[in-house]
Design a protein around this ligand. Sequence first.
Ligand SMILES: Cc1cc2nc3c(=O)[nH]c(=O)nc-3n(C[C@H](O)[C@H](O)[C@H](O)COP(=O)(O)OP(=O)(O)OC[C@H]3O[C@@H](n4cnc5c(N)ncnc54)[C@H](O)[C@@H]3O)c2cc1C
Length: 314
Amino acid sequence: MKDIVIVGAGPIGLYAATLASLHELDGEVLEGQEIIGGQLSNLYPEKDIIDLPGYKKITAQGFIDALKAQQESRPNPLPIRLGVELKEFKKIDGGFEVTTSKGTIETRTILLTTGMGVFSPRKIGLPNEDSFSNIIYALKDKSQYKDKTVAILGGGDSAVDWALMLSEIAKKVYIIHRRNEFRAQSSSVAELDQKGVIKLTPYVVSKLNGEKEVTSVELSNVDTKEVKTIDVDAVFVNYGMVSAPTSFPVEKIGPNIKVGAFYMTSVENVFAIGNIAQYDGKVKNITSGLGEAVTAITKIDQIIHPNKNIPVHY
Ligand SMILES: Cc1cc2nc3c(=O)[nH]c(=O)nc-3n(C[C@H](O)[C@H](O)[C@H](O)COP(=O)(O)OP(=O)(O)OC[C@H]3O[C@@H](n4cnc5c(N)ncnc54)[C@H](O)[C@@H]3O)c2cc1C
């Protein structure tokens, strides 16, 4: 049986994992997504954070990279299991049986750092969308699109970045946005013209045509309702991310988890910290969540090792 299962590898779960190693706890970290970093990596990786102790400024992704490097530098780092989502847990003798999307784990304590929940890409929202294999939500290997005609949906920085990247290799690149103004940096938007990307605005996708693959996309003009169809080899969707919180069998305050002393939930030896935790005076930011991790991990060490002289600093 593990000492601890930490659920979520956002900033607070990552720091809690470092502390758990410092306390020589045996455990693992479950992360429902294929990447670590929570809101920082999914929602605002390029933003400069200016309210963290010790940094004049650091990008959100830079801070996650620093937390990961610190976590990995420990001699006994807790393994982080990516793509493993906690589904539920139940009490067993001496601890809990945790059911994940990839099997079960037995653990004496659980630390929930599940924040806003697991993120996934926002879809177009058309009924037959999932039946096509060439609708892509994350650009990984652009070389596959050499000499192809591709359509990128979205108007933010990363949609424009994808269009610019693909324009280096694809035969024809369309970028389709429902407004005339892009939300991306003006220098990148100007580059779209220089690189020959065809801007179609203000258009939305109204129909996807094809069998197993989309072969053409029907577009509807938001202002005039005029409809046009373009032939494509692939469609890239960049409409941002949506989060899906998991519900756990603990007492809640609204969508969040109610915690008491030591950030323990209504279930003994199940703790919650970071954005998911709620109590009087709660501040939902990174620094306050990091502090909560210190208290919760110290308490968990006391539970696991009742006779140990627990260190306060190292
Ligand atoms: C636009 C924006 C800007 C911000 N700027 C700042 C700032 O400048 N300074 C600041 O201090 N704070 C800022 N914040 C707030 C900060 O991002 C949050 O306080 C912080 O992300 C909370 O971290 P967390 O680890 O608790 O949760 P999250 O960052 O939400 O991470 C939770 C992790 O848990 C995973 N997870 C969820 N459910 C499960 C499950 N069932 N199984 C497995 N894994 C699961 C998720 O995939 C995710 O990786 C900002 C927030 C936003 C949205």
